[in-house]
Design a protein around this ligand. Structure first.
Ligand code: SF4
Length: 440
């Protein structure tokens, strides 16, 4: 079976899809591979390859991590028309299968993928059974726990542009926490209307968010705890090696610093030679562990292991916007965090990587619906005063993306249900800047 996903072609693994293919192969005896479809793919060549691959096999295809790509959704429809059974898995499978609520009354809303997908599977692959391959019109669900199946055959990944190409994974992933701990933090935020609607009669709304307000992943999965230490080490042990060292890997946990020192000590004890650990880490974790970081980095230096803060979700340098995002941090927290990293960089040099020119890509969301002149001025002033452009600011900011199933999706729908304003949709995204009607 093939699990198709979006892929950029860079040599990084896709943990969820690769674990699923490994599970199919090892637990259900279904030979499986993952094929990442690049944006420039030739549909003609891909359909020919699929024809050849499935000759004499059960014609079941799975899809995961489509990233809202309409070309991939069209491909699913075409395969279904050809008689394939199509199954959706991965993040937001339930929501993307069902679509937005009340699409009869609001026909512009995303109607879901149930017309092209025969079934959707929500949750860890552990709950998948062979008879699910014959499911039709079903939403299959299995609850997340921290004891999930975690074996990965790192050699089962291919990409497709014009032909099937094996991808040698050079950046792996190791799961340390199931879901995001911050997603357990519920809070209510008061959101004013988008700036472009301030002249209109649009209500200010109280919205309840769990985790960051734009985050669809945390809302989808919640938080289910840390993986046991020996199961984390087992994942590290199974990573591919280059020149006697494990390939760099991303430690998946938004609060990784409580585990990092232990992980380094245990790999040293078990003589597992690492090269680099990438952290996708929250600002509050760095601030809470500022005094431990020097010891952790000293240990990393003695083992010649690089620690990269590859993605810190700063998102904004304006307190009001940080509050609207429910980020749980302030500009003062960000300044403290960056000062800590700069100080440690002076001391640890190439063992600590966090700068844009070292490959890190930190979050900065702009434009947002609330970018009035005051917010833009404050953001720019802080960027200038604290020299974030030198090391922190990404080359390009990311516009605020509203996935239909995120908490901000609820906000948009509440505006739509209390006014005559309608926002555009583009696949699974809501275009908050695109008013479909101007409402008179
Ligand atoms: S954006 Fe990151 S920190 Fe915020 S809820 Fe999502 S996963 Fe957690």
């Amino acid at each position: 079976m093939i699990i198709f996903t979006h892929h950029t072609g860079e040599p990084h693994g896709i943990l969820g899809a690769q674990v699923a293919a490994t599970f199919f192969e090892r637990k259900l005896s279904i030979p499986s591979i993952v094929v990442g479809i690049k944006r420039d793919f030739s549909k003609e060549h891909l359909l020919r390859f699929i024809d050849e691959y499935y000759a004499g096999k059960d014609t079941v295809v799975a899809f995961s991590h489509l990233c809202g790509r309409k070309d991939l959704i069209a491909l699913v429809g075409e395969l279904k028309q050809q008689g394939f059974t199509t199954i959706l898995g991965g993040p937001q499978a339930r929501q993307d299968y069902r679509g937005e609520p009340s699409t009869d009354a609001y026909p512009h809303r995303f109607k879901g993928l149930h017309s092209v997908m025969d079934a959707a599977f929500q949750g860890p692959i552990d709950g998948f059974r062979s008879d699910h391959l014959r499911a039709r019109g079903n939403l299959l669900e299995h609850p997340w726990t921290k004891d999930i199946f975690l074996e990965v055959d790192w050699s089962n990944l291919y990409t497709f542009s014009n032909a099937l190409t094996k991808l040698e994974v050079r950046l792996g992933q190791v799961l340390n926490a199931v879901g995001c701990p911050y997603a357990s933090k519920a809070q209510t935020v008061t959101l004013p209307p988008p700036v472009m609607l301030r002249e209109r009669d649009v209500p200010t709304l109280d919205i309840r968010s769990e985790g960051c307000i734009f985050c669809d992943v945390s809302r989808d999965k919640g938080y289910h705890g840390l993986i046991e230490g020996d199961r984390v080490i087992a994942q590290v042990r199974r990573l591919p090696e280059v020149e006697g060292r494990k390939i760099p890997f991303e430690l998946i946990d938004e609060y990784p610093l409580r585990s990092l020192g232990r992980l380094l000590k245990e790999t040293e004890r078990q003589r597992i030679v690492l090269s680099q650990i990438n952290l996708v880490c929250r600002v509050d974790d760095i601030n809470a562990h500022a005094s431990d970081l020097a010891d952790i980095l000293s240990l990393a230096r003695s083992l010649n292991v690089k620690i990269m803060f590859s993605s810190i979700g700063f998102e904004s340098f304006n307190d009001r916007l940080l509050e609207y995002f429910c980020k749980g941090i302030t500009v003062a927290d960000i300044i403290r965090c960056v000062e800590t990293l700069r100080r440690l960089k002076d001391r640890f040099g190439s063992i600590l990587l966090y700068r844009r020119d070292e490959g890190a890509n930190h979050g900065f969301i702009r434009p947002t619906p609330w970018d009035d002149p005051e917010a833009i001025r404050e953001n720019d002033t802080n960027i200038f005063l604290h020299r974030f452009f030198e090391d922190i600011l990404p080359e390009h900011s990311t516009p605020l993306i509203i996935h239909h199933a995120s908490t901000l999706g609820d906000w948009i729908r509440q505006i739509e249900s209390t006014t005559d304003i309608r926002f555009g949709r583009d696949g699974t995204w809501i275009e908050w800047w695109n008013l479909l009607n101007h409402g008179g």
